[in-house]
Write a protein that binds this ligand. Sequence first.
Ligand code: ZN
Length: 508
Amino acid sequence: MAVTIVIPTPLRQFTGGSSEIEVNAATAGDALLELTTTHSELRKHLYNEQNNLRNFINVYVGDEDIRHLDGPSTPVKDGETIMIVPSIAGGSTGAGTLLSPTEDASSAVNADESLFAGGTGDADRSVRALLSNEEIARYSRHLILPEVGLEGQKKLKQARVLTIGTGGLGSPLGLYLAAAGVGTLGIVDFDVVDESNLQRQIIHGTKDVGRAKIASAKDRLLDINPNTNIEAFETRLTSENALELFREFDVIVDGTDNFPTRYLVNDASVLTGKPNVYGSIFRFEGQASVFWAEKGACYRCLYPEPPPPGLVPSCAEGGVLGVLPGIVGTIQANEVIKVILGAEGILLNRLLLFDAWKMTFRQLKLRKDPNCPLCGENPTIKELIDYEEFCGLKATVEEKPEIEEITATDLKTLFESGEDFQLIDVREPHEYDIARIPGAKLIPLGEVVNRICEIEKGKTTVMQCKGGVRSAKAIGYLKDAGFEGRLINLKGGIGAWSTDVDPSVARY
Ligand SMILES: [Zn+2]
């Protein structure tokens, strides 16, 4: 049987860039076996040492997860499509971006405003549910929709929605939820607006560069709808503050960009019984779903474990089409509104996959896993855990010293010393076109092992990329492949070179 295997973006580096590969096989397992025979690098990313599919990789035949069919023995028909769907986070994978909380978020919660406090809280809720004439005019296009109407608009006004992150996903989310008349919007972020955010984080403007994201977002949201009550938490979401914060809200929206926070958002949502409206993005691909343990699957039912650090590149490394978070975030806003209205057709137990480049939407079935450690029949996770450890980030930090490093300034000294060394740039050719360090030889990360003979063993080799993550990975690949020469990683990559040595080299 000729079947097509759809390769997700993060794994295309191991298939020579191909997004679809045709193989001949009778079962899903055989198809994957043939795929990993012709593309051997893929094997260790799909299977563990016991030859089982890894937990962060899901395989679908048609729209069904093979775990719910016959596993690898699931038969495939001629012309059928097999999809490999790994988890994606969107943003940073490095522990270096994990900052400590700047304040205890719980202290910023006004207990009197809580919808769940009972007593006066409930009275507040009904008073705030009354719509003024100004609001009736503002929401008229909603009010004349029978599916929303006055009752629905009051529900929106009563609702308390917490958005984690005010970045690519959080921008359209916040804008549309404020415009729609959601009464209280909680926003959690600890970041500062950077020029490189403006390509997609449309809640912030050029004038906001350097400001705290929550301050910039709050100004913009109040400009759209002054009736919105904004509760801004300038903090990092942590295992210490998440439960207390989530209890104060009705719906949680996951606009995060890294795996530790995704699992934290999922677990805290399940433990507090809140729906978690999920979205994630990478390059041209997006995912969206509504995880709600009381009604169906949670994120852990879909992906019990995160991918190892570094396998799925961050948007800072891999790039992202600016409009993609706009589309995925808007889908999340749509689902938040439907959850509040109690609408039918919520994206429950379904994973929506969007490919902006091919302009395709696919929908895959999700099922609650009875063995889910969090929301299954015999849960073992009953409280929040250390998510950086769970995602393997702490181990990465400890392993780091094994790689020899050089700073940009010391690299300049090395150039000036006249020592005969080689500088290998493992970025992609289109990045090399934007900016380069003079004398660097380009060998993209995906080709490093195959082109190992082009790297001279007898010379010192400095490996370099944009920020130092990919080049460290390249050093690991070369060592695994048996390369015996001296390999040194340029700390901070070409970015550090631009900042510390030669400002005429463009930063991107
Ligand atoms: Zn679950």
